[in-house]
Design a protein. Structure first.
Length: 339
């Protein structure tokens, strides 16, 4: 009887690029990393939302004021804050404010039903909800499983508070680790019920750095760029690329609250958008809608498609529509960022 062969010891093989390693400043906290260029770009436009614009200095200051206001409402390190908002400056302020406090931002679709919102509230154990007054009735339709406060960015209805703003000096000093959670987005639930994905400061800083740092970054975003943010920020793809990467680059972010083709095209032409973050259905609309031919989109130099695969025919049609643009695709944004 032959002797049993010993199993081979598994070996690790590391395949390295010919390019230098990418520096990963993953010891930094997310808000610190996103505003790393603040001294150089403080005077440049950061957020554009219809008639409202904010410079980088104003955006950073507003985020700190909201952090101070949230602290006054009792939000502490480790608490979850639900951001139930469309694309808006207040979304960015709230997200960065939560990061500054060591809190966790859980982002939700404002079009969710009362039951869907209640489920995410219970799963995240959110202590504060930042929303619009029109969404407040949905928060009260379900029996509360735990207590949470509600603030609105517009005039607050009964039993709600106005969007919190305090003095910047009121931001508490909090000991936050890069290993602490900073975001709790939920998957789309395509193959079942939506599930929360815990993302740490380290994991998000690393994922942004992989796109933005090094001698040959995947995304060549520049301070002069205007990044289109029409995809909802509550989704990780837009949150990561249109918000975090753009902030890190010092680019301007054009926030579109609601998709309407003609208004979108007018905004792209007026603001001279250079980078468009899209999904396949938006690509189909841009390539098949004849209204597009009425507008000058030649300013767009880079198109990044994600959330789902973009077929070859759609890609070719987009190249014909935007011949000056480079096209790239992003795969599985949410789950690739999980630490």
């Amino acid at each position: 009887m032959s002797e049993r062969a010993e199993p081979e010891t598994p070996q690790t093989h590391i395949f390295r690029s010919k390019l230098p390693d990418i520096p990963l400043p993953n010891n930094l906290l997310l808000h610190t990393y996103c505003f790393l260029k603040l001294p150089q770009v403080s005077h440049r436009t950061c957020l554009i939302a219809a008639a409202r614009t904010y410079t980088y200095a104003e955006t950073h200051s507003a985020s700190r004021k909201v952090a101070a206001g949230m602290s006054k409402l009792g939000i502490q390190k480790g608490d979850a804050v639900m951001i139930l908002l469309p694309n808006s400056p207040e979304f960015v302020f709230s997200f960065m404010a939560a990061s500054m406090l060591g809190a966790v931002a859980t982002t939700a679709n404002p079009s969710y039903t009362a039951a869907e919102i209640a489920k995410q509230l219970a799963a995240s154990n959110a202590k504060l909800v930042v929303t619009l007054s029109e969404n407040v009735p949905k928060l009260h339709q379900q029996e509360r499983q735990h207590f949470f406060k509600v603030v609105t960015v517009d005039d607050p209805p009964e039993n709600c508070t106005r969007f919190p703003e305090g003095d910047e000096s009121g931001v508490p000093e909090v000991e936050i680790s890069a290993e602490d959670a900073v975001a709790l987005p939920f998957s789309s639930g395509t193959t079942g019920l939506a599930k929360g994905v815990i993302l740490t400061h380290k994991s998000l800083v690393t994922s942004v750095a992989q796109q933005m740092e090094g001698e040959n970054p995947n995304m060549y975003l520049k301070e002069e760029d205007v990044v289109l943010c029409v995809l909802p920020l509550f989704h990780i793809f837009s949150m990561h690329i249109a918000m975090m990467c753009a902030l890190r680059a010092g680019s301007a972010i054009l926030l579109i609250e609601k998709f309407e083709m003609r208004k979108l095209l007018e905004a792209i032409e007026r603001q001279r958008v250079t980078v468009a973050i899209v999904v396949p259905p938006l690509v189909a609309a841009l390539t098949k809608n004849s209204t597009v031919e009425e507008y000058d989109l030649r300013s767009i130099r880079l198109v990044i498609s994600g959330a789902a695969p973009l077929g070859q025919q759609a890609e070719e049609a987009l190249r014909k529509r935007l011949p000056n643009a480079i096209l790239g695709q992003v795969y599985s944004s949410l789950h690739c960022y999980k630490k």
